[in-house]
Design a protein around this ligand. Structure first.
Ligand code: GLU
Length: 293
């Protein structure tokens, strides 16, 4: 089209404010910011606070303080997921109209007991890439009447994606473009490894998977740069993008910063917290060096 400008790359750092940011977050935020700068792109910050019980306001304030101290600037207003539950509900409704979601009534305890019982008999229960047991099949067999009755009785339930049905609906292999190893590779996505993922639960109207794909599309992300711990989740994200007809960003999963014990850092590890390191007298340049940038 004459006069049309090439689209600027769009990057984002999307922390969940459920604890102080640590060096792993610093790497993610700095990498996104640097890549945006290097490509003449935009850098956005998104607050992923769908689980309001675990996200008190002070952690969000700390995120702004830590990122500003690291020398980052981002576009405003910042998108806060807790203010957009309607958008996620709409996406869920769309999937429901396609017949791809079902109400799941088993409690966490019931699933745990089922798995333990099964494993006690020496049979392995299938687990997802994060090690959690896949959800049993029971609820998929319920009739519409039974589902409606249980809901009318006020039985708590989540909404799960019928991944098998969803994959069959797409009917062709799912792929994504990955640049995390310094080259572009086309990766094969296998969402069935995750079983029937939760899209909404009684105490949180949207799940990470659903809100992340809705927002990445709504905000026009061209690149998703995040830790390698989310690599496997990309398979579910690609499936949801195809089902909801959302554009597909390029994915770049970066190395993780490991703690002294060789494990992934967690938000409770104060010693690698950005604020704690700042209080010890480290500079923003020291943090860059520490994360290998
Ligand atoms: N909110 C997620 C986290 O803090 C990151 C989501 C993403 O980058 O896709 O782990």
């Amino acid at each position: 089209m004459p006069g049309s400008q090439p689209k600027k790359p769009v990057f984002r750092f999307a922390p969940s404010p459920n604890g102080p940011l640590h060096l792993g977050h610093a790497l993610s935020a700095l990498l996104n910011h640097d890549m945006a700068k290097a490509t003449g792109g935009r850098f956005l910050l998104r607050i992923e606070d769908i689980d309001l019980t675990r996200c008190p306001p002070e952690f969000e304030e700390m995120i702004y303080r830590d990122l500003t101290w690291l020398g980052l600037n981002w576009e405003t207003p910042v998108r806060r997921q807790s203010e957009h539950f309607d958008a996620y509900r709409e996406a869920l409704d769309g999937l429901r109209e396609m017949g791809l979601v079902y109400p799941a009534f088993l409690t966490r305890g019931e699933v745990k007991a089922r798995v333990a019982d099964h494993e006690a008999k020496g049979a392995a229960w299938p687990r997802d890439p994060d090690g959690s047991p896949l959800y049993p099949d029971d609820d998929k067999k319920r009739s519409e009447t039974e589902r409606t009755d249980l809901i009318a009785q006020g039985v708590k339930h989540a909404w799960r994606l019928d991944v098998g049905k969803a994959v069959a609906r797409i009917g062709r292999p799912l792929m994504w473009r990955e640049t995390g190893d310094g080259q572009t590779d086309i990766m094969k996505a296998d969402p069935t490894l995750w079983g029937d993922v939760i899209l909404s639960r009684s105490d949180a109207p949207s799940s990470y998977h659903l809100s992340v794909v809705v927002d990445d599309a709504l905000q026009g992300m061209t690149h998703v740069v995040r830790g390698r711990d989310l690599y496997a989740a990309t398979a579910i994200h690609r499936l949801l993008q195809e089902l909801l007809r959302l554009p597909e960003p390029v994915y770049h999963h970066h190395r993780l910063i490991l703690g002294g014990d060789g494990r992934k850092l967690s938000k409770s590890e104060g010693s690698t917290g950005i604020a704690a390191l700042r209080d010890e007298g480290l500079s923003a340049a020291d943090i860059r060096r520490l994360v290998g940038l």
